[in-house]
Write a new protein. Structure first.
Length: 210
């Protein structure tokens, strides 16, 4: 009986070892993808020219369907077309440093020789000072949205405007995995023309840049 079980036991051990090694190899092959987290997305919509900033703020506060219906979705990290995809966190330090959350997502191609080149949103810069506490909604930040229409780039911004609308929550920071996540929304305005865009359903889960 003992003579019969030993070969069987050895076979089982070998099979288990092979399985574990195969599993480890699979985990190692997934490691690069896990280490480079690249998700950034939001929805945007130009508001009617008759709408004032104050009216837009009321609609955002009331979660009006006017701001969320018929929107266009923007995704950062387009394949072969990402010029910048970066999230930085600066921890509060000594002196006047309050810390900082900074996100820069920009498509590589924003201008061409085609006068009809009109991709819409081509990127967004976002920075918040001081560094938000995790889980706490902040109401002031600088959000700049780049918009290309007929080969002309226009910047729409919030720029910490107390009369506008800005909401951002840093939902998680994992210093072991080196990632940060959050959500945001805003109203952005072109200073000269007064054109308004509503930005809703913004979210990110990105690797923290060194």
């Amino acid at each position: 009986m003992t003579f019969t079980l030993k070969p069987l036991f050895a076979t089982l051990v070998l099979a288990a070892s092979t399985f574990l090694l195969t599993g480890c190899e699979a985990l190692q092959s997934l490691a690069p993808a896990v280490q480079n987290v690249r998700f950034f997305s939001f929805s945007y919509k130009e508001l009617p020219s008759s709408m004032t900033l104050a009216q837009a703020v009321v609609e955002m506060r009331n979660h009006s369907g006017m701001m969320t219906s018929n929107t266009t979705e923007y995704h950062g990290n387009k394949e072969n077309n990402t010029q910048f995809f970066r999230l930085r966190i600066l921890q509060p330090g000594s002196g006047a440093s309050q810390g900082l959350l900074e996100i820069k997502v920009q498509d590589a191609t924003t201008r061409t020789l085609d006068p009809q080149f009109s991709p819409g949103v081509t990127g967004l810069d976002l920075d918040v000072i001081p560094l938000p506490q995790i889980g706490t909604e902040v109401e002031f930040g600088n959000l700049l949205m780049s918009f290309v229409q007929q080969n002309t780039k226009t910047d729409f911004e919030n720029n910490n405007d107390p009369n506008s609308w800005f909401r951002l929550t840093l939902t998680a920071v994992d210093l072991t995995a080196n990632t940060a996540s959050g959500d945001f929304e805003a109203i952005v305005r072109e200073p000269v023309s007064g054109r308004l865009f509503a930005i809703t359903d913004g979210g990110f889960h990105m690797t923290i840049s060194q």
